[in-house]
Write a protein of this length. Structure first.
Lengths: 180, 490
């Protein structure tokens, strides 16, 4: 029961946050909306007894990533006037149409009786242990290979950052010299 | 604990060697700033070593049978090893085509090599993964490398556009895929393809709605990567804006990796829902074939033409996959020969446009047979092979894919595919007509852009090798067909 109440409260908050990200005119408000969504998700993790994941969610996403977002927004400048009109004609009506289609299909599946959430886990399932110790155990035994494979992502990140940032912007130099 | 994890260095040997090669290239580049020749030796040694280890895998698999490793994260079977071989070939040819780009990029060239290595390793992980989470890791490793490669020549705004479009749509596709993993987990309680398959065999789902949506999302996520319509919109812009040298690898590698993953998921995890996913794949194939063929006709840039032709080819390969496990050998044959043709065709594009250029308007190809008989001849051959002319490998591939789909009772799909193949002749032949029956647009004068044009160095060898493969397996496909007939997921 507690779980259901919490789900409705924080589910609604997560949706509000998500809508704010899209609808807000001020990018800082968008970032705040995203933070609300991320916090609401952290509450879901706590309800599911995944304490470590919840802590990581708050520290990494709501903390570090959001700081980075705000930093970039501040660097670019908040009060710069943005042109928010769509360049593709009929985009907004089409988006509404596609969104409604997804909702209708979802309702159809749910009402049509082809719908049951958890079919795989019979009964209560094993006790969830969301401590850092339990996750560490799993991470370095069962999930060892995917965990190690993330190191390839780190190599890509460093090599990619170098490849994309380590070049001389010739165009700007040309402009400074007055060349066309 | 190590018993539980069953570590096997053989199982991930090729990926380990590629990573070692990548780190070696980076470190040597930092401390010694060597010439491109040194890098070339490291690249050759790495690819060769990875191929040798893949050969050891093949030896073990054919001798003692398939084996699982790392607590069932990866499975080394003939299916995965064949995919690894094809990916290493694609990577070697792709790097040879990109070598002009690597040299021209200067200090950034080393990063280009590293990203190609990482992409190969990621696609290999996708092909051998027996777990949806592991497959997602492989997908991300490969995709993120390709996003960066698309925009590696950032001096040009087209490259930025290509990379950004690929990145935004690609990460959306990854999100769709991981949502599919979540729903498949909700529906079956497992993320290992064997657990899912075993659960579905052991219990009848009265309400499989969530599972079916999950399955659809998994297929959609991978369809983005193999640029099947209606998820193809990124492909033309990305192929057009990316550096000419790397496009062939981007297109070919993504197709092999995504098809290897898709085949493993639908055949191993959802064999009992074949009636559902086969129809889904057939619809996807129809839309891809129709969209790709119709839009390719209207293109005025050869890279956009090849992109839309790639959409149609994704449809043709999906046609083979509708037959499920029985269609997999045909799918592998098609993939093996089509990726080689694709890299060959893009090698010609790189030779004509220059390795880092964006855009290859058709007018560049007018009268190419005068400027370079060799380039015009091989491009004509690849065009004929892609359109499926007999005596080229493209014909055998198409024939195999259509035959298995026909036997699997998708007659209507085969008829659509046949009609589209005939219509496809139009745009492939248009390129040949341009090359052989038009005068070069600008008068030929020494020192101008329209001067004679000959492929040099590695590019020349890529063209020779891909021509040889296309012709050899078109005239005598039996050895490759026999080899691939056992390449089924374990």
């Amino acid at each position: 029961m507690t779980e259901l109440v919490l789900f409705f409260i924080f589910g609604a908050l997560a949706l509000v946050g998500g809508l704010t990200v899209v609808a807000a005119r001020n990018p800082v408000h968008s970032a705040m909306g995203l933070m609300l969504t991320l916090f609401s998700l952290a509450v879901f993790y706590v309800v599911q007894a995944a304490h470590f994941v919840a802590a990581v969610q708050v520290i990494v996403y709501a903390g570090a990533v959001m700081t980075l977002f705000l930093f970039v927004i501040m660097l670019i400048g908040v009060d710069k006037a943005e042109n928010l009109s769509e360049t593709i004609r009929l985009q907004r009506p089409l988006v509404v149409l596609v969104g409604l289609t997804v909702v209708v299909v979802g309702v159809f599946v749910a009402v049509g009786g082809r719908f049951a959430w958890i079919t795989g886990v019979v009964g209560a399932g094993p006790e969830v242990n969301g401590t850092a110790e339990a996750i560490g155990d799993d991470l370095f035994t069962t999930w060892l290979l995917p965990f190690e494979a993330t190191s390839l992502l780190l190599i890509i990140a460093s090599a990619g950052a170098l490849a994309l940032a380590f070049f001389r912007p010739r165009r700007r130099e040309g402009k400074e010299e007055g060349a066309p | 604990m190590s018993d539980l994890v069953n570590v096997s260095y053989l199982a991930v040997g090729p990926e380990i060697l590629l990573t070692l090669g990548a780190v070696l290239v980076l470190m040597i580049d930092v401390f010694r700033q060597p010439s491109a020749r040194v890098h070339a030796w490291i690249v050759a040694a790495t690819i060769l070593a990875a191929t040798v280890v893949t050969w050891f895998q093949w030896d073990r698999v054919t001798g003692e049978g398939p084996f699982l490793a790392f607590s069932d994260m990866v499975v080394i079977d003939e299916y995965g090893v064949i995919a690894s071989f094809i990916l290493l070939l694609v990577g070697a040819l792709g790097l040879a085509v990109a070598w002009g780009m690597v040299e021209r990029l200067g200090r950034r060239g080393a990063e280009g090599i590293v990203l190609v290595f990482m992409a190969i390793a990621g696609f290999q992980f996708m092909a051998v993964s027996a777990n949806l989470v592991m497959m997602f890791m492989g997908l991300e490793i490969a995709s993120i490398s390709l996003y960066v490669l698309a925009g590696i020549t950032r001096e040009r705004p087209e490259a930025d556009e290509a990379a950004l479009k690929y990145f935004l749509l690609g990460s959306f596709a990854s999100a769709v895929f991981i949502y599919g993993v979540a729903l498949a987990f909700a529906g079956t309680g497992g993320v290992s393809v064997y657990d899912i398959g075993a659960f579905l065999r052991g219990s009848v789902l009265l309400k499989p709605g969530v599972l079916l949506i999950g399955m659809a999302l998994l297929i959609t996520g991978l369809a983005f990567k193999l640029s099947a319509a209606p998820f193809h919109v990124w492909a033309p812009d990305t192929y057009q804006g990316s550096p000419a040298g790397i496009v062939g690898f981007m297109a070919a590698g993504a197709k092999v990796g995504a098809f290897a993953g898709l085949g493993r998921i639908v055949i191993t995890a959802f064999p009992l829902y074949e009636a559902e996913w086969a129809v889904g794949l057939a619809i996807l194939a129809t839309i891809s074939i129709a969209t790709g063929t119709l839009l390719a006709i209207a293109q005025s840039d050869i890279r956009r033409l090849l992109a839309y032709s790639g959409v149609a080819h994704a449809g043709f390969i999906l046609t083979g996959l509708t037959a499920g496990e029985a269609g997999m050998p045909a799918v592998w044959f098609y993939l093996a020969v089509y990726t080689v043709q694709l890299i060959g065709a893009f090698a010609v594009v790189a030779a004509v446009a220059g390795p880092t250029a964006a855009g290859s308007p058709m007018s560049d190809y007018e009268g190419l047979s005068r400027r370079s008989p060799f380039l015009a001849a091989v491009l004509a051959l690849f065009m004929l092979a892609m359109s499926g002319v007999p005596l080229t490998a493209g014909f055998v591939g198409k024939f195999g894919a259509f035959a298995v789909a026909w036997r699997a009772d998708f007659e209507w799909l085969v008829i659509v595919a046949l009609v589209a193949s005939v219509a496809g002749f139009f745009f492939y032949l248009r390129v040949i007509v341009l090359m052989y029956m038009r005068e070069p647009a600008v008068a030929e004068a020494p020192g101008t852009m329209r001067a004679r044009l000959e492929p040099v160095g590695a590019l020349r060898w890529v063209l020779i090798i891909s021509t040889a493969i296309t012709l050899a397996f078109g005239i005598y496909p039996t050895p490759l067909l026999d080899l691939l007939s056992t390449a089924l997921p374990f």
